[in-house]
Design a protein around this ligand. Structure first.
Ligand code: XMP
Length: 496
């Protein structure tokens, strides 16, 4: 049983107000710690990190980064169109795969410039060439990086530089795709030293593609969060208005997203109908509802919608860019909200089944002075209090992979990136007003601010350090897994 100090019962407390007492003798190396948890009822993550659906945090690049390190990203909906958001999903799905179904194809009449266009949009160079530039016609060649890398004339037609059909090594679908035998395809790639292996049908139409770069990526990213076809998993945020969300959910399913986060500062009743619509029509999509912050709210959502919901997002007003608590006088200290909600989901588990929760917001970044210090301690505390995962905005927004450019701030004499609360007037000038239920209101009350975040460089440096820090915190307390931590943790108040 987890222990929580009596002074914390029925009190409001933040992560900074508590400490986790080490009371075991560890007998294992830090890297034996296994951070695997459930993000949703079905989806497990090897790293319990989720990036926030915010327009200065998660688009494709961040979602790819998160999934490569075992977490997951939620793509925001503050784009001008649904299609723009779905393009980001496609980029994540096309980043890495086993069999690449529906590969991007071009025709012999396209030019090298078009190949660079594909690379810019999706990040790869290998493009099968079909007779009419669609998947319906016969494969006539292929263009890979080798064909274009030293070419200067961007208007050269692909028919003049492609590797033609006669020289291509291909595999038949019945030996590979139909048997779901990726190993076989990979073996051909290795033995024949190929960049790309097209898989074709009897009419020599392309069915799928297997690439050497995917093979290498699959071997390299051991923590990655992937679907059955070895594509990275990704979620999208949907608005909490049934009419609008329907179309978005339909399209999210069509492009292969793995789930939706019905995104609002507080669970609007309408969200329950959206969750129902999504589960009934697109059962393959996992559904996250939020935000909640009390046992009462958890109970209401679980009573009314536990069948339609796969995870609850906890936190009202604790975010780094939030001003809800100061401005509106409502919200909770995040650590106590996580504890109460987790306790309630556990209590209700027998009746409604397991319901994982995300601790959303308030994982503190260091202030301007100690800008390079990371704070894995807050993450361990959130997990210890019963969250399965943590959702982060500010902490990730200073990375190269977040949207927006880094800039030099002369006043502060350092590099920064912009981070804006979705409840800031700036973000609400687009679609974010929906998140706060004020999209039609003429007068908008800000619940968030725009701020500067220290630039932190590449996520490929930052995330491994953060993961190592969390594992070290587990090791210090003698816990090898999240379940062990949650079962045995000893939480005490730090006296002031
Ligand atoms: P952190 O602390 O990681 O928090 O930056 C990210 C979470 O903050 C929430 N969020 C907001 N909450 N006003 C709010 O009250 C806002 O403007 C705002 N913007 C984001 C959101 O839950 C996010 O995941």
């Amino acid at each position: 049983m987890p222990k929580i100090h009596s002074d914390l019962i029925n009190k409001e407390f933040w992560y900074k107000d508590i400490t986790l007492i080490p009371n075991r003798l560890p007998d294992f190396e830090r890297d034996f710690v296994d951070l695997t948890t459930n993000f949703t009822k079905k989806i497990k993550l090897k790293t319990p990190f989720v990036s926030s659906p915010m327009d200065t945090v998660t688009e494709a690049e961040m979602a790819i980064l998160m999934a490569l390190y075992g977490g997951i990203g939620v793509i925001h909906y503050n784009f001008m169109t649904i299609e723009e958001q779905m393009e980001e999903v496609k980029k994540v799905k096309k980043f890495e795969a086993g069999f690449v179904f529906n590969p991007v194809v071009l025709s012999p009449q396209n030019t090298i410039k078009d190949v660079y266009g594909v690379n810019k949009r999706y990040g790869f160079f290998s493009v099968p060439i079909t007779k009419d530039g669609t998947l319906e016609s016969e494969l006539v060649g292929i263009v890979t990086h080798r064909n274009v890398r030293y070419r200067k004339d961007m208007d050269t037609r692909l028919k003049d530089i492609m590797t033609t059909k006669e020289k291509l090594i291909v595999a038949h679908r019945k030996d590979t795709v139909d048997k779901n035998d990726l190993e076989k395809a990979n073996k051909i790639i290795k033995e024949r030293n190929l960049d790309t292996l097209p898989i074709v049908d009897d009419s020599f139409r392309i069915v799928a593609l297997v690439t050497d770069s995917d093979l290498k990526k699959n071997e390299r990213w051991s923590l990655a969060t992937k679907d059955e076809n070895k594509q990275l998993k990704v979620f999208v945020a949907a608005e909490s208005r049934l009419g609008l969300a329907k179309k978005r959910i339909e399209q999210a399913s069509a492009v292969g997203a793995d789930g939706i986060v019905i995104d609002a500062s507080v669970v609007f009743k309408e969200q329950l109908d959206i969750a129902k619509f999504s589960k009934e029509n697109f059962p393959e999509l996992e559904v996250v509802l939020g935000n909640v912050d009390s046992a009462e709210m958890v109970r209401e959502v679980m009573e009314k919608a536990s069948k339609y919901c796969d995870c609850l997002r906890v936190g009202i007003g604790p975010g780094t860019a939030c001003i809800t608590q100061q401005e509106l006088g409502t919200g909770r200290a995040q650590a106590s909200a996580v504890w109460d909600c987790a306790q309630e989901t556990k209590r209700l588990a027998q009746k409604y089944g397991f319901m994982p929760i995300i601790a959303d917001g308030g994982i503190k970044i260091p202030d301007l002075v100690g800008q390079d210090v990371q704070k894995p301690g807050d993450i361990t505390k959130a997990l210890a209090l019963g969250a399965q995962t943590v959702m982060m905005g500010a902490l990730l927004s200073g990375l190269d992979e977040s949207p927006g450019e880094k800039e030099f701030d002369y006043k502060e004499n350092r590099m920064i990136k912009k981070y804006r609360g979705m409840g800031s007037l700036e973000a609400m000038s687009k679609r974010a007003g929906l998140r706060y239920g004020v999209e039609k209101a003429k007068i908008k009350t800000a619940e968030g601010v725009v701020m500067k975040i220290p630039y932190r460089g590449s996520g490929h440096g930052f995330l491994p350090e953060l993961i190592a820090g969390v594992k070290q915190s587990f090791q210090k307390q003698g816990f090898r897994s999240v379940a062990e931590l949650q079962e045995n943790v000893d939480v005490r108040l730090i006296s002031k």
